[in-house]
Design a binder for this molecule. Structure first.
Ligand code: ACO
Length: 438
């Protein structure tokens, strides 16, 4: 392969060694990050596909929403660094930024918040859906079902070719997701559903729906509301991760937004993705004491043991995940504000991080703590049950999913997602009747 640059556009040339023929492919520049080789004509010109399981070297779309530099540990939303957004912004403002491209003016912010507030309730009939689930159902199972079912209720926002309907569906999803997640929790613990209160902020309302009961007043703690808001910001979008790519792939066939987001929730549930925050806490509980850390580090390094250090490593970050930096700081702040001293799991997590970051195995592979490493400890301190951790992630990520889905539908280059394969199965053979099979 050679790179050609000159007066004309940059390109790369591949030579097929079997035929000696050379093929030229354009090199496309982004505003930041590595250039990409435009291989759209590859099959037509060469008769070959690329092979890239897990898409480690494949750009699946053009996007203007989020930029990550994994080597430097940089995360930008529409150009704004995540630490600045976490410090100065609030979740709904970040929602506006992701969905509409810019931070809102004061009047735009008010209008946007009002628009979201208008959609916080779910159709009353959705109540009955919950009753079909076992009480011990995992909240993510309930969320997949209930969010998918929204398509059966909101027929006025299913036309994906109408930008107005797409925006209504996006508002509905952002607004209803906290209600759906909080109700999944209430259903599991046998308490009555608490309806949204539109005089509260997004984060306050979510906490209210989770923790209030009809029998006594519930005052939302400003400390918890602030922490929840920051957690929502930190999880709002993350470029073309597994769940976002799932949403895009489902949506590429023209599927309705509610079905696409239900697909995203299913993908997020996995322990290698959003399920990691739950897995981190389970792991820390399992480790239990500082003197057992070396045993678990050894397990994580053992190729014959499937155990991995949960909350460590990332496909893109080969440096500290910038969200983990903010999350660690938030974790200390929340515990301080709540008056929680000497939280054993936090101490265990910090010691585990220290030992892992000095271990050549983790250093050589550039395995650093990711966003999930500390989030579970904050959630626990806030009184959120472990099984709800990933559902909370889904609440936060909804804006990322709908923003990316909207961007995809509006992209004139959008096509149905249809990867190819390297076939290694049987070559043609004749059908063998049952009686003749050995
Ligand atoms: N513990 C131990 N070893 C690890 C870990 C880990 N957490 N993560 C990666 N490795 C090792 C792999 O065994 C591999 O070693 P090898 O080169 O000797 O074979 C090497 O590091 C590269 O790992 P890959 O699995 O190839 O990296 P990939 O990019 O496919 O995986 C992933 C990234 C899935 C996040 C992985 O690091 C992991 O499983 N981490 C734990 C789960 C987790 O925390 N997920 C949350 C991700 S962030 C998010 O979704 C919000």
């Amino acid at each position: 392969m050679s790179v050609n640059s000159g007066a004309s556009k940059e390109s790369v040339t591949f030579t097929d060694n079997s035929t000696g023929k050379s093929f030229n492919f354009p090199l496309l520049p982004g505003t930041m990050g590595p250039k990409v080789i435009d291989t759209r004509a590859l099959y037509g010109e060469t008769g070959h596909f690329t092979y890239d399981p897990g898409y480690t070297s494949t750009g699946s779309c053009e996007s203007k929403i989020t930029f990550i530099d994994g080597d430097k540990g940089v995360l930008l939303h529409r150009g704004y660094p995540i630490d600045q957004l976490a410090e100065h912004s609030d979740h709904l403002e970040v929602c506006h930024l992701l969905l509409k491209g810019e931070l809102p003016t004061a009047s735009e912010k008010e209008k946007f918040e009002d628009g979201i507030r208008r959609h916080t309730m779910v159709h009353e009939q959705i109540n009955y859906f919950y009753r079909g689930f076992r009480r011990d159902a995992h909240p993510m199972a309930v969320m997949c079902g209930v969010v998918g079912a929204l398509s059966a209720f909101y027929h006025d926002s299913l036309d994906i070719n109408d930008p107005q309907q797409r925006m209504i569906a996006s508002f509905r999803l952002i607004a209803k997701m906290p209600t759906i997640a909080a109700w999944a929790y209430k259903y599991a613990i046998g308490q009555p559903f608490i309806y949204p209160r539109n005089d509260l902020s997004f984060a306050e309302n979510f906490l209210h729906m989770m923790f209030a009961t009809p029998c006594e007043p519930y005052n939302v703690s400003p400390v918890l509301a602030k922490a929840m808001d920051r957690i929502l910001i930190l999880h709002a979008d993350h470029e073309q991760n597994a769940s976002t790519s799932t949403v895009r792939l489902a949506g590429s066939s023209g599927a309705n937004p509610y079905a696409c987001i239900a697909a995203g929730i299913a993908s997020l549930w996995g322990p290698a993705h959003g399920g990691a925050n739950e897995a981190v806490l389970t792991m820390l509980t399992q480790i239990g004491r500082k003197d057992r850390i070396p045993e678990f580090i050894a397990k994580a390094k053992d190729k014959n043991d499937p155990f991995r250090l949960m909350g460590f490593g990332h496909r893109v970050y080969k440096n500290y995940d910038p969200r983990a930096t903010v999350m660690q700081k938030t974790c200390h702040e929340v515990l301080d504000d709540l008056g929680v001293r000497d939280e054993p799991l936090l101490e265990l997590a910090m010691e585990l991080e220290r030992i892992a970051l000095e271990d050549p195995y983790f250093v050589e592979r550039k395995l650093y703590p990711n966003v999930d490493f500390y989030s579970g400890i904050i959630f626990r301190a806030m009184g959120i049950p472990v099984s709800l951790f990933t559902a909370l992630f889904a609440v936060a990520r909804t804006v990322g999913w709908v923003s990316q889905w909207n961007e995809m539908i509006s992209d004139p280059e959008q096509k149905i997602g249809r990867p190819r394969q390297l076939y290694t199965g049987a070559t043609p053979r004749d059908y063998v009747p049952l009686h003749a099979r050995g």
